[in-house]
Write a protein that binds this ligand. Sequence first.
Ligand code: SAM
Length: 295
Amino acid sequence: MSSSATAIPAETPLLSASRLISQALSLLRDSPDSAPSQDAISQLQLSLDVLTKLDPYIESHSAAPPAAFEGLAQATVSEDWAARHREGKTAFPLGAQFSAGAYEGMFVAQVAKSIRAKRVLEVGMFTGTTTLCIADQLPAGGKVIALEIDAYLKDFLKPHAEKAGVSEKIEVMTGKAKDSIETILKEVQSGKAEPFDLIFIDADKEGYQGYFDQIINGGLLAKSGTLLCDNTLYKGSPFLEEGSPQIEKLLAKVPGISVNNAVALRKFNDNVLQDKRVLSTILPIRDGVTWINWA
Ligand SMILES: C[S@@+](CC[C@H](N)C(=O)[O-])C[C@H]1O[C@@H](n2cnc3c(N)ncnc32)[C@H](O)[C@@H]1O
């Protein structure tokens, strides 16, 4: 484990919520036989507000996405993903929640802008909400190469990218990301293409370590480049003790959580931390984003 041996207290919104919950629990424990304490209930309600209003507030007070984002978001939300999967158009059962949304899309785009990125790689595109945000922030001649297993999703993004006027800045490579990265690696290693200024890994979670190894071992990330990896705080699972009753309960009770993803991301976080070639910080952005640079 990293971090200083001396813990400096962090006064955060999550700490406010946890303090309120802890006080409510004490009130409930002190009156086990009577009706639930009204104080406890109102404290739990307040902590619920602090927790559930955090992400919407961040989103409403962060940079807005490009105008064409709205149509793409609406199409993403109204699509019948279960039907598309039954028809064999998507390899996996997808859903609107697979999109990183406006706030995270714009965060990735702002990173691209701040480092003056010209070449960006996105591993796992879905409907391209983040792709669109990135492309909108790239300078003329800039390119985001998005890797996506489903050709259906490439077609899904097309009209929205055209409407946004960023089609020439987006190249979607369909097929398994591992194979697409291998193809790109050959181009970069033979000098036919430049390494990437920014890479965003957001495909299958069990594949993260493999993508990281391909990228870092193969020199796909430019020397001053930034690598971002999504979902590294996967629903709260990595920081609950492995094998504990708490993690078992989380895995059993949180809808849509995958045990394999939880295991893979816990290992991935440990490996990244121990990899002396890179410097990394986990940012509590939505489901967690790890920010990685060369050490
Ligand atoms: C979480 S979504 C990506 C969200 C997107 N990056 C965003 O910011 O909105 C993951 C995507 O990765 C794709 N995917 C999963 N496994 C893949 C693989 N082995 N190769 C390529 N794409 C894959 C899925 O089809 C899905 O569209």
